[in-house]
Design a protein around this ligand. Structure first.
Ligand code: SF4
Length: 83
């Protein structure tokens, strides 16, 4: 687990392409943002923060908005199965 200040190591931090992560999720924008995420040293921490914080907007940790929504739906479904 990285320290809470993992943001300082973010590949997107200060990048000229930082706007891509919150731009309209066109195929081109998504592909380029995910390419940056996949080379990022803090990808897991970033994804964890977005998932646990239920951050709906933008690309975080190599996950699109649709990816996170699918994970949350799966978690809800699994929780319902254990009741
Ligand atoms: S995983 Fe992606 S969004 Fe998260 S800090 Fe790294 S480059 Fe930025």
């Amino acid at each position: 687990m990285m320290p809470a200040d993992w943001h300082v190591s973010a590949a997107c931090r200060g990048s000229a392409e930082a706007d891509l992560f919150f731009a309209p999720q066109t195929p081109l924008n998504v592909a380029r943002a995910l390419e940056i995420c996949h080379g990022c040293p803090v990808q897991t921490d970033c994804a964890d923060e977005a998932l646990t914080g239920r951050i709906e907007h933008g690309i975080w940790g190599g996950l699109t908005e649709d990816d996170r929504a699918a994970i949350w739906r799966q978690e809800l479904w699994e929780a319902a199965q254990t009741r």
